[in-house]
Write a protein that binds this ligand. Structure first.
Ligand SMILES: Nc1ncnc2c1ncn2[C@@H]1O[C@H](COP(=O)(O)OP(=O)(O)O)[C@@H](O)[C@H]1O
Ligand SMILES: [Mg+2]
Length: 228
């Protein structure tokens, strides 16, 4: 089994406080996992570290079997995408926001345009393409942020409470769409959620976090749980 991410002896200490203490964590290529646990447990911090957006205090990280230090950082970042707890969009149109990552990756205009259409349609925000991102509602912005992450077809995607701003009716539909997309493209997925239903539908394994540590691992299919 090939590994997407391997973590060893990871710590994150901020102002003398231990935010993360993760002796070991591995994510197989193509695997989908949820991080669950109370507020302040360190779920977002762990995702930020894995997405290379937060420098850990110590630890060893491997991506696709190679040490982090052996990669040009940019090359590795291009293979990943993240949806933040609060959607982060620039003061541009929806279309321009979704196009950013594609431009960054040097795709042709034609390829970009077809992918943008696809992902906006998936997320049911195609009608908003020309709108300025700052005029969107919270739920619309969140859907655009997800489109922005999906459009680059990352090998690993990090979703931090991706449905939290969505109404109940649209939440279920979006979840099923995204689940289908991620599985079809075999995208390795790490999702933070407070909803067991989302974890069950979208992921194979649930990791429970408390006080900066992973305290147990549970298989969605078998319900088997092991403490760590
Ligand atoms: N940049 C930061 N500076 C100081 N404390 C932080 C920072 N980021 C996170 N924390 C603290 O780390 C802990 C874990 O936060 P977080 O990873 O956001 O938890 P979760 O996503 O599980 O709610 C919290 O106590 C939070 O206040
Ligand atoms: Mg969080």
């Amino acid at each position: 089994m090939s590994m997407a991410i391997e973590i060893k002896d990871l710590t994150l200490v901020i102002e003398g406080r231990t935010i993360l203490d993760v002796p070991e964590f591995t994510l197989a290529a193509g695997e989908s996992v949820s991080l669950m646990g109370p507020n302040g447990a360190g779920k977002s911090s762990l995702m930020l570290v894995m997405a290379l957006l937060q420098e850990p205090t110590s630890g060893e990280l491997k991506y696709f079997g190679r040490k982090l230090e052996d990669y040009p950082r940019l090359e590795l970042q291009r293979r990943m995408a993240m949806v933040f707890q609060k959607p982060m969009l620039l003061d541009l149109s929806v279309l321009e926001n979704v196009d950013l990552g594609l431009k960054f990756r040097g795709l042709s205009r034609r390829e970009r345009s077809s992918r943008i259409n696809d992902s906006l349609e998936q997320m049911e925000v195609a009608h908003l393409a020309k709108r300025r991102a700052r005029t969107l509602s919270g739920g619309e912005a969140q859907r655009v942020a997800i489109a922005q992450a999906l459009v680059v077809e990352p090998e690993i995607i990090f979703l931090d409470e991706p449905f939290s701003n969505l109404d109940k009716e649209i939440r279920e539909e979006m979840m099923l769409h995204i689940d289908q997309w991620l599985r079809q493209k075999h995208i390795t997925t790490v999702m933070v959620t407070h909803h067991r239903r989302e974890a069950d539908v979208m992921t194979d394994t649930v990791y429970w976090m408390e006080d900066g540590a992973i305290v147990s691992r549970e298989s969605v299919e078998t319900g088997e749980k092991c403490e760590s």
